[in-house]
Design a protein around this ligand. Structure first.
Ligand SMILES: [Zn+2]
Length: 268
């Protein structure tokens, strides 16, 4: 009893002093979309450009880790980056084979299953299965890729709930395993959706937007159903790289203490 009172006192003191008692390592989670090299979308990159970005991140001293390893705490320090890729565009296959695999990077693919096997713009079922076999994580990203925000839920809750319930059985059929991770289509959910995801057996759900913040999965304050990811657009790419470089500089000058602020990336 006395021991637990002492621990509680230390925890309260640490909290008040802003000292962290957990240190499971930190990650920055980046979010990409396609690798067609079309030149017409702020979300699309060529394979050469993607490779150059990865090399630059590594040259800044960051280690690429899988989302699974980050969640399980199998990471060290504060300079870690997770690559996530949303939607299941057909270009993901070649990007993995020609860019990510040779660099030893296992991205997390967030897939909405409806177009798989139906649209020539999406991965084929065989490609998706192969990528899962290669060690890419497979998470859910809705079923039809509909909005799951509070406004969408108010308008048509049944439609939104379909995005919660339908992807898991479909993905299980495609890759043989039920997804435990979910990324909201268009980046954001709302409390009833988070609750439904929890009840449907998901462990974590990820947002996506133009803010950047490191994530410590062992932090008890982290909302499991609103874990932040940063979308890498053409317009915010320079700001992301400058943030990553500054963060490394700060970590070096403050003996490993990392910058945990949330930074808004602003459109020029
Ligand atoms: Zn998406």
């Amino acid at each position: 009893m006395r021991r637990s009172i002492i621990s509680l006192t230390i925890a309260l003191f640490a909290c008040a002093a802003g000292i962290r008692l957990w240190a499971g390592g930190e990650v920055i989670i980046l979010d990409y979309h396609s690798f067609l090299g079309s030149g017409s979308s702020s979300l699309d990159y060529s394979l050469a450009d993607m490779g150059a970005q990865l090399d630059r991140i590594r040259a800044l001293g960051y280690t690429f880790v899988s989302l699974d390893d980050a969640i399980a705490g199998r990471i060290e320090g504060t300079a870690n980056v997770v690559i996530t890729i949303d939607d299941g565009n057909r270009s993901d296959y070649e990007a993995y084979k020609r860019v990510f695999e040779e660099r030893g990077i296992k991205p997390e693919l967030f897939i909405y299953p409806f177009p798989i096997g139906r649209s020539r713009h999406a991965l084929t079922p065989e490609q998706l299965k192969e990528l899962a076999g290669d060690g890419c994580g497979i998470g859910a990203h809705g079923f039809f890729h509909e909005y799951m925000t509070a406004r969408a839920y108010e308008r048509d809750p049944a439609k939104v709930m379909m995005e919660v319930t339908r992807p898991a059985p479909a993905l299980r059929k495609l890759v043989g395993e039920r997804p435990r991770l979910f990324a909201y289509p268009f980046g954001f959910g709302c409390p009833p959706v988070s609750q439904a995801l929890r009840e449907a057996g998901y462990d974590w759900a990820f947002t996506a937007g133009d803010k950047i913040k490191s994530v410590d999965f062992s932090d008890p304050r982290l909302d499991h159903f609103n874990v932040p990811r940063t979308i890498v657009y053409h317009w915010n790419r320079a700001q992301i790289f400058s943030y990553l470089a500054t963060r490394q500089g700060l970590a070096r000058s403050s003996r490993g203490e990392s910058d945990q602020r949330e930074i808004s990336l602003t459109r020029p």
